[in-house]
Every structure is written in structure tokens, then in C-alpha cells.
Ligand binder design. Structure first.
Ligand SMILES: Cc1ncc(C[n+]2csc(CCOP(=O)(O)OP(=O)(O)O)c2C)c(N)n1
Ligand SMILES: [Mg+2]
Length: 795
């Protein structure tokens, strides 16, 4: 039997019947929904038509996407949500989101006026650019939805370990998703993982407007969605028809109307929404005229009223929406499928091309009249509403979601202890990493308690084994290691419990990065700092690259350990060999990358990284490590050398002043570089050997120094060589990783590296074929020296 640990503060329960919202409350919400819709549309109109354009580009903005979510989001933000809830808003509802924040007094008019302009409200909600009002950034569809699932897992991780105050109730992690977002594969990867981890307190609210960017979505998709969610243990709450339609269905022959709408294809429904009352009448007459009850309904409704009735979907019916949300009181993950209309209330409602559609000035003028907003009062918070401002003001002042003010926690950093260098004559950086973690696992301090590791089914092969053996795997329930109980010998203990500090994932790199995003935001989101380390095979960074970018865009902080890497994982062949990842390390914002060659370098860097990910202006850190054992230097690292290792480079063998040649290497090719250095030393006295631990930091500092007219670290190092000297760069990665060094100082550069797919082999064969062995370095050096001679003699 699996034993479930009771978690006292999780409520047990089911969907509950609830008293309807009092009429005045409902009236306030509906009035504010109307205002949020107006402001979102006006904000976009203002940006596109009223703000002077300097570049002739369309500014854009999504009036239709905002309109479709107006009821759902007004209900969530102004009524349903509590301060501890955390939300990912579908990207294209950003204007509506900002409008609601403006109503709540949390967003300025100035930023709305500068929507999509520098410093203004962002096109898509952004944690880093819009500030505390945004819990999760969105933009790349699907990822915002997925991250809420992992945030709920992280919340449980913290609660079960009592790292969050016991008296705070758990928050609901809420995604407001567009229906087309459910086409993204990462959603299903997340669902599977969520099922395994028994996630809780998770709401996905699907704005089911049956439209994507290009057109109307396939009817067949949502025929399967309910079953799919239910299969993963979710509750599905469908909000289909509003109260007007429900009342019509209750009339004589009303069932015929329900069946007709139920059977209406998405594209026809959308087209008729756009056409309006006349279109509906024509089709209903044609199909249902034989029913007297339907004829009566048609007779009683003029075109406008008929259009209102036929578009009265529950996702636009505040009462229905509130009932659905408040009806869920337990912690079971719940998917609300809310039927809506894209562009609801706007002239292009339902039109399949409305995704990027903007109302033209004439349409906007009509809309302004309908909304009762006087000219000059467009930004007023309450103009045109038929409730007194004081009442709305009082309502807004009492909104539960905003009750606690500052939504972002700022827990203090955790002190990083000294870390001992693993000893051994021959060590790979991967093994050194495993040993360091193994040692950290034995500590009983605050630092070790905040470490959390995760890996998509490569825990053992990335050397987290020793750590996991000691700290255990996280699970909501206690599960013993069956192999151990059955006395089957294994190097790995695989016991699980809420105390475990490793989160094991299935093989899905998007999930890894979304979990790292959530773990890396544990401090600001939940007030408890975690020090997350994720491990992955280096080539599979590409597989999850957008999710990695997503995590970094919202300033989540974590350490990524990528190993094995390069063609150095020799027999594994081209499918597993990474080539371009160091360029990702250089180019990816929010991520500092390192590729150390030796265990002592890694030790210095890891310690630095634990501080870096906790600094206010810090970044996440990526280590590219290798499985190749290399002979370790015998040395003690003094503070100056430690600084140089962190800064990205140091002379492993100092060149003579004015030297003719240097070799600059990075990572696992250190032995080849060293061998070439030894071989060349006799012929080229004074030759230098530059150890590069971070092409990324070196490159960044070079550009920063240039920008303020200073000498960069790279330039200072290379200034040991004579101007025009030969420089060979070599790494087990694309040669562009280091070839830029040729621009730092006047050198004759020979860039060695890997620029095509690898193949199986041993290291000597592969390094030879791809031209990064010591012979290749020596040859390149000889040619570069020859050319360098010519270079300097040129007038
Ligand atoms: C990963 C990714 N691919 C493509 C896009 C471009 N894109 C923006 S919105 C959209 C369709 C959104 O449709 P839906 O999610 O249904 O939103 P709504 O109808 O509510 O606007 C697409 C394809 C994107 N933002 N992200
Ligand atoms: Mg849609």
C-alpha cells in the first residue's frame, strides 16, 4: 500500500452549490468588466492611431483576444482570486490585464498610454518589465500554462517541507489559456508529469473561443479535451451556455435550439456571430421552423436581441462564470472550459481573421458612443458606467486579490559555505560535479536544505547519484525503494518521500526548464528561496530551448549542468554530440555559461554560481561539463586565480612578453592543447597557453569594456603577445565560440572546433577527424605563425 501523508491545510471537498453573488456585487463586476473591455480596446487604438509613429510600423495589439477573456478575467481578478493565488494570463489578453490593474490602481495611465512603447505596458505580460503585478510572464504560447503546473508542484514541495509559513493557505496556480494553446505539445508533457506528481491547487481556465491566429480551430480537438483531462485526474467544468440561452432552452421546443447549437460546427457558429441577428434568423428558420416554440422565440426577438441570445455563452455571463469558479472549493486540479466569442462586443466578433484585427477610427467612434464614454474622458476609470463612482471605488478597494499589496516576496540570500575541491589524479568535470554534490549532501545546514536537484531521467548518468542516495527523491507520498527492500543490489537508492530533495522528471526537456523556472522563482512567488540545479545532456538543451529562454525571460534563477557534451562523448555518436550549445551560452540573455576543464576550476565556479543565482542583479548559470577524465593540475588556487577563473580566462602557461604564438583552449580539449604547447615550446620560445573557462563572460566583458573605452580582460591577457602574433583557438564546439578573440587584439587567428555532425569513435579518432587533436593544433599554429610573419611585414 502507498501511504499518503496527510497535509492538513489542503481542503477536501467537491464542487459546491453556492449562493449567487448579490445583485449589487454582480452589477459592479459587470460594470467594471465593461470598463476593462473599453480600456483594453482604447489602449490599443490609442497606440495605433493616436500616438505619433516614427518608424511607420503598425504597433498592433489584440482587441479580439482581450474581449474574449473580459468576463473571465474580471471575475478572476476582481472577485475570485486571493492574494496567495498566482496567475499566468494568456499572452494576447495583456491589454485587458493592464486595464484591470489600472482599475485596481496598480497600473499607471502613463504606462497604458505607452502600451507597446519603450517603458510602457508590455505587449505580453512580463514579470521583469511590468513588475510585481505579473506573476508569470507569457508570450510563447503553451509555456505559461505549463509553468503553473510546475509552480503548484513547487508550492507542495515547500509546504510539505514546512519551508512556507504553515498559516498561509495554499494558493491556486491559475492559467488563463487560449484554446489554441492546447495544441502545444508541452501542455501534454506537463499533464503527464503532473499526474505522476499528483499536483494540486491548479486551475486552467480555457478561453474557448474556437479561434486561433489563422482561423477557426478544428471541431474535433475539443471533442477529446474533456476525456483527456479527466484521464489525468482533472475535474473538467464546462461553462457552455449563459442564462439567457438556458432560459430559452427551458421553453417549449427549447431543446431543439440546444441541439442545434450543440451540433453547429465551430466555423458556422463563428460566421453567424459575425453576421449577426439576420444570419441567425435565416439559419434557424431554415432548420427549425417546424417547431412552434422556436418560431415564438424568433418572433419575440428582433435582430439585435436574437444576436444577444445566440451569443449568450457562459464565458460571457458573469453570473455563470462566478458560479463555476466559486463552485470549486477543493484542491483537485480543474480545467474550466469556458465557451466565449473572440472579439465579443466588438464589430469583428467571430470573424475568423480577427486575431490581429483593429477597429478603425469610425468603428471606434461608434463603440465609444455605445460605451457612453464622452470625448476627452477615454482614460477615466468610471465614465459611461451606470453605477456611482464611489460605489465602484469602494468595490475595488475591497478586492481580495489586491488585499495584501506587494505580491512579490524578497527572502534574504542563503549563505554559501566553502566547497572543497574533489581530489584525484584523473577526473572529469562531470565526476567532480557529482562528488561535490555528494559532499554537499552530507551537510546539515540551511544551505544544503535549500538545494534541490531535478533531471529528466538522466539523474544517474549526469552523476547526481551520490546526492540522491543521501537526500532522497521528492514525492508527496512515502514510497520505499522496492529493489532495496527485496535486497536486490543496486548502487542507487530510489526511496521517495516529502523530505526528498531531488525531483525526478520523465524525459521531457520542456518540463525540466519549466520546473526550473518554477523552482527558480520560489523565492519571489512563495517567499522561500531554493537553490535549484537541473541536469541534462548538453545536446538536449536545444530540445527545450524555448522553455529555457522562457524561464530566463522571467528571471528565474537556477544552475543548469549539461553533461556529457561535445564530440568528447565519443562512442555515443552524432545524435548525442553537442556542437552549438556554447554559442547558446554566449548569446542567451539571463544565463552565464562556463566550460571548465579541471575540478578545481569547477569548484570555484560552482561556489560563485550559488551566490550569483541569489544576487538581485544576478543570472542563472550554465555549466557545460564532460565525461572525459583529464589529468588534474597540482596547484592551490589563490584568490587572484579564482577571480580569473570566474572572469573567464587565465594563462595556464604564461607567454613571454611579446610572444609569437599562443594557444587558447576551452574545456575537455585541455590535454591536447597542453600537448601541443609542450611540442611547440622548443620551436617557439615564449609561447603561451590560455585557459578559457567562460567564452561567455570574456566576450561580455570585452564588449562592456569597449563601450566605455576601457581595456578588456581578454585584451589585457592577449597584450602579452606581440601585435600580429599567431593565436590558435580550440574547443570541442563550434569554432565561433572562440574565434571572436581574433578581434580583441591584432592576431593571426586559426579557429579550430567542430562544425559538422559527429560520429561514433574514440577520442583520438574523433579529435583527429574533426581537427581538434594536438597535431591539428600544431599544424594550425605553424600555418598561423607563417601567416603572422607575412601579416606584420605588410606595410
Ligand atoms: C510558441 C508560439 N507560436 C506562435 C505564436 C503566435 N501566436 C500568437 S497567438 C496565436 C494563436 C492564439 O490562439 P488562442 O490561444 O486560441 O488565443 P485567443 O484566441 O484567445 O487569442 C499564435 C499562433 C506564439 N505566440 N507562440
Ligand atoms: Mg482562441
Amino acid at each position: 500500500m502507498l501511504r499518503a501523508l496527510p497535509e492538513p491545510s489542503f481542503k477536501q471537498g467537491r464542487i459546491q452549490e453556492r449562493e449567487p453573488a448579490p445583485a449589487d456585487r454582480l452589477a459592479c463586476l459587470m460594470a467594471l468588466e465593461r470598463k476593462a473591455l473599453w480600456l483594453s480596446t482604447w489602449m490599443i487604438h490609442h497606440a495605433n492611431h493616436l500616438r505619433p509613429s516614427r518608424d511607420g510600423l503598425k504597433v498592433g495589439g489584440h482587441q479580439a483576444s482581450s474581449a474574449s477573456a473580459a468576463t473571465l478575467m474580471t471575475a478572476l481578478y476582481l472577485d475570485v482570486m486571493r492574494p496567495q493565488d498566482r496567475v499566468a494570463v494568456k499572452p494576447h489578453a495583456s491589454p485587458l490585464f493592464h486595464a484591470l490593474q489600472y482599475l485596481l490602481g496598480q497600473q499607471s495611465r502613463d504606462k497604458l498610454e505607452r502600451f507597446r512603447a519603450l517603458g510602457g505596458a508590455q505587449a505580453y505580460p512580463s514579470r521583469s518589465k511590468d513588475g510585481d503585478i505579473v506573476d508569470f510572464s507569457t508570450g510563447s504560447v503553451g509555456l505559461g500554462v505549463g509553468v503553473t503546473l510546475f509552480a503548484s508542484l513547487v508550492q507542495d514541495y515547500l509546504r510539505l517541507k514546512r519551508l512556507m509559513p504553515a498559516d498561509t493557505p495554499p494558493g491556486r496556480m491559475i492559467a488563463l489559456a487560449g484554446d489554441a494553446e492546447l495544441d502545444e505539445g508541452n501542455i501534454y508533457e506537463a499533464l503527464l508529469e503532473g499526474w505522476k506528481h499528483d499536483v494540486r491547487n491548479l486551475w486552467w481556465v480555457v478561453d474557448y473561443n474556437r479561434q486561433s491566429l489563422d482561423a477557426v480551430v478544428s471541431d474535433r480537438l475539443f471533442g477529446r479535451i474533456d476525456a483527456l483531462f479527466e484521464m489525468f485526474g482533472w475535474r473538467v467544468v464546462t461553462l457552455k451556455y449563459g442564462r439567457l440561452l438556458e432560459a430559452a432552452f427551458a421553453r417549449p421546443d427549447g431543446e431543439q435550439l440546444r441541439e442545434w447549437i450543440d451540433a453547429c460546427p465551430n466555423s458556422l457558429y463563428s460566421a453567424l456571430v459575425y453576421k449577426g441577428g439576420e444570419g441567425w434568423r435565416e439559419h434557424l428558420r431554415r432548420d427549425l421552423n417546424r417547431y412552434p416554440g422556436i418560431r415564438a422565440i424568433l418572433d419575440e426577438h428582433d435582430d439585435d436581441a436574437l444576436a444577444r441570445l445566440m451569443t449568450n455563452l457562459a464565458g460571457h455571463d458573469m453570473g455563470s462564470v462566478l458560479d463555476a469558479f466559486h463552485g470549486v472549493t477543493d484542491d483537485r486540479p480543474t480545467c474550466f472550459i469556458a465557451y466565449t466569442i473572440k472579439g465579443y462586443g466588438l464589430p469583428f466578433a467571430g470573424h475568423k481573421d480577427n486575431h490581429a484585427g483593429l477597429m478603425n477610427p469610425e468603428q471606434m467612434a461608434i463603440f465609444q458612443r455605445i460605451m457612453g464614454v464622452p470625448e476627452g474622458a477615454e482614460w477615466d476609470r468610471f465614465s459611461g458606467l451606470d453605477l456611482p463612482s464611489e460605489e465602484l471605488e469602494a468595490f475595488l478597494a475591497d478586492v481580495p486579490w489586491a488585499a495584501e499589496g506587494d505580491r512579490r516576496h524578497r527572502p534574504s540570500p542563503v549563505a554559501v559555505p566553502a566547497i572543497a575541491t574533489p581530489r584525484g589524479r584523473n577526473l572529469s568535470t562531470q565526476e567532480a560535479f557529482g562528488r561535490i554534490l555528494g559532499t554537499l549532501a552530507t551537510a546539515d545546514d540551511a544551505f544544503a536544505s535549500r538545494l534541490v536537484t531535478t533531471s529528466p531521467d538522466v539523474t544517474v548518468s549526469t552523476n547526481l547519484g551520490a546526492w540522491v542516495n543521501r537526500r532522497g527523491i521528492f514525492d508527496r507520498t512515502e514510497r520505499t525503494d522496492t529493489f532495496r527492500e527485496e535486497k536486490v543490489v543496486s548502487a542507487q537508492r530510489w526511496g521517495m518521500s516529502p523530505q526528498g530533495q531531488h525531483i525526478e522528471l520523465g524525459i521531457a526537456e520542456h518540463n525540466l526548464f519549466l520546473l526550473l523556472a518554477a523552482l527558480g522563482l520560489a523565492g519571489p512567488l512563495f517567499g522561500a528561496r531554493l537553490l535549484p540545479i537541473g541536469t541534462i545532456y548538453d545536446p538536449f538543451i536545444k530540445r527545450g530551448l524555448d522553455a529555457l529562454n522562457y524561464a530566463l525571460y522571467q528571471d528565474a534563477r537556477f544552475i543548469l549542468v549539461a553533461t556529457p557534451s561535445g564530440i568528447t562523448l565519443a562512442p555515443e555518436g552524432g545524435a548525442h554530440q553537442s556542437v552549438l550549445e556554447p554559442l547558446v551560452g554566449i548569446a542567451q540573455p539571463g544565463l552565464v555559461s562556463f566550460e571548465p576543464a579541471y575540478a578545481d576550476e569547477l569548484t570555484v565556479l560552482l561556489r560563485w554560481a550559488f551566490d550569483e543565482i541569489q544576487r538581485d542583479d544576478g543570472q542563472s548559470v550554465y555549466f557545460r561539463l564532460s565525461t572525459r577524465p583529464v589529468e588534474q593540475p597540482e596547484r592551490d588556487i589563490d584568490p587572484a586565480l579564482a577571480d580569473a577563473i570566474v572572469a573567464g580566462a587565465y594563462w595556464l602557461r604564461e607567454p613571454a612578453a611579446g610572444a609569437e604564438l599562443a594557444i587558447a583552449y576551452c574545456g575537455a580539449v585541455a590535454p591536447e592543447a597542453l600537448a601541443a604547447y609542450e611540442a611547440l615550446r622548443e620551436d617557439v620560445p615564449g609561447i603561451g597557453l590560455l585557459a578559457i573557462t567562460s567564452p561567455d563572460r570574456l566576450h561580455e566583458e570585452w564588449r562592456a569594456a569597449l563601450a566605455c573605452g576601457e581595456r578588456s580582460q581578454a585584451e589585457r591577457l592577449l597584450s602579452r603577445l606581440r601585435p600580429g602574433a599567431a593565436l590558435v583557438t580550440v574547443s570541442d564546439s563550434h569554432p565561433a565560440t572562440l574565434s571572436w578573440l581574433g578581434s580583441v587584439a591584432p592576431t593571426m587567428l586559426a579557429p579550430l572546433g567542430v562544425d559538422h555532425f559527429g560520429q561514433s569513435g574514440d577520442i583520438p579518432d574523433l579529435y583527429r577527424i574533426y581537427g581538434i587533436d594536438s597535431d591539428a593544433i600544431i599544424d594550425a599554429a605553424a600555418r598561423a605563425c607563417l601567416r603572422a610573419g607575412g601579416f606584420v611585414s605588410q606595410p
